[in-house]
Write a protein that binds this ligand. Sequence first.
Ligand code: C5P
Length: 242
Amino acid sequence: MNRRRRIYEGNAKILYEGPEPGTLIQHFKDDASGENKRRNEVVDGKGVLNNRISEYIFNNLNAMGIPTHFIRTLNMREQLIREVEIIPLEVVVRNVAAGSLAKRLGIEEGTPLPRSIIEFYYKNNELGDPMVSEEHVTAFGWASPQEIDDIMSLAIRVNDFLSGLFLGVGIRLIDFRLECGRLYENEMMRIIIADEISPDSCRLWDLTSSEKFSKDASRENGRVLAGYQEVARRLGILNTNE
Ligand code: C5P
């Protein structure tokens, strides 16, 4: 029986109360997230892989001075994280046209964008996370103009790091989604990266073949997991026999 206090349960993750004040435990489930959740898919082992990939990326971001909520991994499916006040925005960074942008603007998938584009979506499941402008964000008080600047500069730094990291292992970072939170510490507040960065929240395509490794890959049995395993293998965090 699990006696820990459950703070929140989403499609792909559960947050439990942490061992110390100001901490939480983030548990990675195998359930599908985002657009795939409608199919109620469960991909055995996905949570374990996302835990490892997200740990690897957040450790690197922390080491580079890009602040994240990640403290350390606790076990195969769980991480110790800092508790933050989540900003109710999904921040999407795009380098190449795909997904909803390609559809909305009628741009062929795979077309490189003239420059990286940052978009905001209001985090609200019932409304289907609608896209919003900076005007909406400040008018409704979801974030201040200064906070938007901080979020955008974090998003650009994360994009630079991730693009280089993946390029080095033959993967094109098409786009990804971030969540940010406010961390209150020593009477100061700063914005840090929260949630996860994994193939669940990124579009990753093979550099030469354009094979899709993330969740919008062909979703026949086993294909999603194979893509996630390939990403982990190329990053050097999965043994070839796993
Ligand atoms: O679907 P769309 O093209 O807007 O997605 C852009 C990026 O944001 C993709 O990498 C997708 O995986 C990610 N995303 C996400 N969670 C959502 C919506 C999008 O991780 N709820």
